[in-house]
Design a protein around this ligand. Structure first.
Ligand code: XBP
Ligand code: MG
Length: 264
């Protein structure tokens, strides 16, 4: 049976809790600067998160939530400019240290990397956002820790399509059964599962009621020694109360065995 050779991490909601107090605020700052009176409240933003990608999210908002807005002749250009401005606001917020990594993330990256597990990122977010997040984490995480950083428009279709995970696997020369994906959302889980990847979910406030029945494990966060996670689905954590390489290997092996049992 395959060993666990690589971990592929989502970014927003997984490495850091970026949506409510990061991306949402940056969108609102860009709207104000552009002179439009749109305000994405916390609950509204939760609905807009159905659509991945910032430019796609703005268009979805206009199509379904603000249909009376007088659209400029060059709507694509208008959205593109808004989004460029939003990225600047967002990366400024990261530079000010406003969005830390989630519990356990740094420890997991350090442990798995030091023990020879290959690391990658598969996300819909803009590449500059990843650079800023890693650079301004304390202490900074070198981008070189990740063998592949697959982000944004590097593939034609964003999550929940499987393209970004398929791209990552292809770049790493790995089969899906050699990897685990780490995600926070149903869109991310669908994307990873469609690419054939076993997936661990760390929920957040926006994703806690989503459908994670296809996940190998669902926890509230990665945990730390002395700061245990709560297991929300997929019970067998081998006696551990925080994620570490041994537990990730156990989850990976058990979920592959479960597939074999179904086939036999
Ligand atoms: C979540 C997303 C992203 C961000 C916005 O991505 O949907 O689109 O909300 O990013 P992830 P941009 O796959 O990392 O969870 O505005 O840069 O598109
Ligand atoms: Mg996410």
């Amino acid at each position: 049976m395959s060993t666990l050779d690589a971990l592929i991490f989502d970014v927003d909601g997984t490495l850091a809790d970026t949506e409510r107090d990061g991306h949402r605020v940056a969108f609102n700052r860009a709207f104000a600067a552009a002179g439009v009176d749109w305000s994405w409240t916390v609950p509204l933003y939760g609905e807009l998160l159905k659509v991945t990608g910032g430019k796609e999210r703005i268009r979805y908002y206009l199509d379904y939530y603000n249909t009376t807005f007088q659209r400029p002749a060059d709507l694509d250009g208008f959205i593109k400019q808004l989004h460029t401005d939003k990225t600047r606001h967002y990366t400024d917020m990261l530079a000010q240290g406003m969005i830390p990594l989630r519990t356990g993330v740094k420890r997991i990256l350090e442990e798995t990397r030091s023990k020879g597990v290959r690391l990658a990122i598969a996300t819909t977010t803009t590449p500059a956002n990843i650079t800023a997040l890693l650079e301004h984490s304390v202490p900074p995480i070198p981008e070189s820790w990740f063998e592949v950083i697959a982000a944004g428009e590097i593939v034609p279709v964003k999550k929940p399509a499987p393209d970004i995970y398929q791209y990552t696997l292809q770049k790493m020369g790995l089969r899906q059964d050699q990897c685990l994906a780490i995600e926070d959302s149903e869109n991310g889980l669908i994307s990873a599962r469609q690419a054939g990847l076993k997936t661990v979910i760390t929920i957040n406030d926006y994703t806690c009621n989503q459908n994670f029945s296809e996940a190998a494990l669902v926890v509230d966060h990665m945990g730390e020694p002395g700061q245990p996670f709560s297991v929300l689905n997929g019970g067998d954590v081998n006696g551990f109360n925080y994620l570490n390489l041994e537990l990730l290997k156990h989850i990976h092996a058990n979920s592959l065995l479960a597939d074999l049992a179904v086939k036999s």
